[in-house]
Design a protein around this ligand. Structure first.
Ligand SMILES: [Zn+2]
Ligand SMILES: [Zn+2]
Length: 328
């Protein structure tokens, strides 16, 4: 009988050879990448008490959180659950608004995002996955390298996921095509809205400047790293209450900043479900908003998780295996 371990072990996966689309980075580059991820974050945290009162005020905090929340849910509810996985159908105005909000997270144009993510589900943690931490193998060195590739390195891959192959439905939707084509203007809007609001609110250039720093730069950078962590952290660590054929895990400490996306083990177990945090106490603000939208009749055909399917996938429910009838 096949054990759970053999279903999920990444060791059997063929690491990409030198013919793979990604050139092998030098070790100094890996160190630089690590510094690039960790140092700015620590610097931001350290700056908060120093800057409070003159370089950072509650206006900036409100603007940054509002923009984070708006653009972040554009990705989680729009790009991910609505467009990639068809977890529900939104009214046209809401669909367009979600596509705009997600684009303003500056994670690439919507059609490219959807194509990449569908390919990730098609080949999760196998050859062909655009961002698996396991692509170079499972020893510590290979995994460290793979982790950074899954986090950010893959964004620099020259090979682009085919839109025709992975997102033909998106190419047929004229609303989506228009938002996709407007990406660069939405990036500009995403960068300019915080300083305009901050400047008007404080009625000063200083107010515009601090709002630009916190509401534009810090907000985008933080959301990027949280989103990237779903690809890296949630495929390396986390609890795995449901059976999947990949290494996806649930990471509780990312639940709030990722707006429910870090319940990634359930997501890979049932990708089209509109709710990822299905167990008791699992915060999933994206699912809560979809629930609200459904009550307001702004969305329909919501695919809520199927209790029976979940029970069948729950690890606890499948062990121990029943003895064969012929065994005496
Ligand atoms: Zn995944
Ligand atoms: Zn997904």
């Amino acid at each position: 009988m096949t054990t759970t371990e053999t279903l999920t072990a990444p060791d059997e996966l063929e690491p990409l050879g030198s013919e793979g689309p990604v050139a092998v980075k030098q070790s100094w580059e890996q160190v630089a990448l690590a510094l690039f991820i960790v140092v700015p974050f620590l610097a931001v945290l350290a700056a908060v008490p120093v800057l409070w009162g003159w370089g950072l005020g509650w206006h900036d905090v409100v603007i940054a959180i509002a923009m984070y929340w708006f653009t972040g849910h554009g990705v989680t509810i729009g790009f991910h659950r609505a467009f990639t996985h068809r977890s529900f159908r939104a009214k046209r105005w809401l669909k367009v608004l979600l596509a705009i909000a997600g684009s303003m997270s500056i994670e690439g144009p919507v059609i490219q995002w959807v194509a990449d993510h569908r390919k990730h589900h098609r080949f999760t943690d196998r050859d062909g996955d655009p961002h698996s931490p396991w692509r170079y193998g499972s020893n510590l060195r290979a995994l460290t390298k793979g982790f950074f590739h899954a986090h950010m390195g893959w964004l620099f891959d020259l090979e682009q996921t085919s839109h025709q192959k992975y997102a033909p439905d998106m190419l047929k939707d004229q609303d989506i095509v228009k938002v996709n084509a407007s990406f660069k203007w939405l990036v500009v809007a995403s960068m300019l809205i915080p300083p305009v609001i901050g400047g008007l609110w404080a009625w000063s250039w200083a107010g515009a400047l601090t709002a630009f720093f916190w509401g534009s730069l810090v907000r985008v950078s933080l959301l990027h790293h949280v989103t990237f962590s779903i690809n890296s952290v949630c495929h390396v660590t986390g609890r795995k209450p449901f059976k999947t054929k990949d290494k996806s895990g649930n990471v509780w400490w990312l639940a709030l900043p990722s707006m429910g996306e870090s319940w990634h083990n359930l997501h890979h177990a049932e990708p089209s479900a509109a709710r990822h945090g299905v167990l008791r106490g699992q915060i999933d603000t994206s699912a809560r908003l979809i629930w609200l939208f459904e009550k307001l009749k702004w969305v329909s055909h919501v695919r809520w998780p199927d209790r029976r399917a979940l029970a069948a996938r729950a690890r606890e429910a499948v062990q121990p295996p029943a003895p064969a009838p012929s065994a005496a």
